[in-house]
Design a protein around this ligand. Structure first.
Ligand code: 0GY
Length: 304
């Protein structure tokens, strides 16, 4: 099937730079996606955007170029609950990738077992309204109860303004809960203001909650580095991510978010994104926890 990209779609950055920051051995890119290729793995009819292709081989090439050892591939909404492209990527990753899927309540136990064997370790619940249609809470809770015995976790994606009304649902989840992109704070607000304090409280009061401190390029209002290189990239996100890394060093993850769906104004050079890491994890120990120990404990527990 042929697909036409959403007008204004920005393709991922070809030929990323080599990071100056040398990733520690065993580092995991814990948030990235595959898109299609659409001809082989058609995008879902209910999708809210049509992306460019971003294949498993292109993802694995980026992994090697940047210096990561492994990937955690997260189901993107353009594929709905058809996880075929993701499962195909896991099966070709030679043990170097785990996955987070999207499920509907009609998934069978045999399908869950197959996914587990392929390397799936989590299910994603998405509450970002521009990306998905509403799914009833009782359906999500039923899915959470079914994946809990497999040792999987729930990944949640939401925007900061929606945390108050989602709080009771999130805190009732029976598994480890991993938040995408720090719950998308508005970084033009103070890092110690009520909005971000609520997120910190969410993590402080619930030891099962982890956070990805990813996506500065998506959260930033200040934007990428100026062409003259004088401006620190995404500097307005630094205090938010740094606070989470330093307050909860054993419950943070980092990922590139390649191929960066739905960015409107620029596409980041993934090499420069890796160079952002030492600004938010400022010691070798924090970097090791963020990039190696935490993701390996969550996704490859047998090997740690
Ligand atoms: C991300 C962010 C976005 C999209 C998706 O599954 C998706 O379509 O996650 C977004 O548009 O904010 O984490 O990739």
């Amino acid at each position: 099937m042929e697909f036409n990209k959403t007008p204004g779609w920005l393709d991922w950055y070809a030929g990323p730079s080599k990071p100056r920051f040398k990733l520690p051995p065993g580092a995991v890119d814990a948030h990235c996606h595959v898109f299609g290729p659409g001809r082989e793995f058609p995008f879902a009819p209910e999708r809210k955007y049509t992306p460019c292709d971003a294949s498993k081989d292109q993802l694995f090439a980026l992994r090697d170029h940047l210096g990561f050892e492994k990937n955690v591939i997260v189901q993107a909404t353009c594929h709905g609950a058809d996880n075929s492209a993701l499962l195909d990527a896991l099966r070709h990753a030679k043990g170097k990738a785990r996955g987070v899927v999207t499920l509907k309540r009609d998934v069978s136990d045999a399908q869950l077992q197959e996914m587990h064997a392929a390397g799936v370790r989590g299910v994603r619940f998405n509450f970002v309204k521009r990306l998905v249609d509403f799914t009833p809470r009782d359906e999500l809770m039923e899915i959470a109860a079914r994946i809990a015995p497999l040792g999987w976790h729930v990944v949640i994606y939401f925007e900061a303004v929606d945390l108050p009304q989602l709080w009771d649902f999130f805190t009732a989840l029976p598994t480890t809960v991993v938040v995408d992109h720090m719950g998308r704070p508005d970084v033009s607000l103070p890092v110690d203001g009520p909005q971000f304090e609520l997120f910190v409280k969410f993590m402080r009061e619930h030891q099962n909650v982890w956070s990805k401190v990813s996506c500065p390029e998506r959260l930033s209002v200040a934007g990428p580095p100026a062409l003259n290189g004088q401006q620190q990239a995404y500097r307005d996100v630094v205090p938010f991510a740094r606070r989470i890394v330093e307050t909860f060093p054993d419950r943070v993850l980092w990922g590139t978010d390649w191929p960066h769906p739905n960015l409107k104004d620029h596409m980041p050079d993934d090499g420069l994104l890796v160079d952002f890491i030492p600004h938010i994890a400022v010691t070798a120990q924090l970097q090791r926890k963020l990039l190696v120990e935490n993701p390996n404990r969550l996704y490859w527990p047998q090997e740690t």
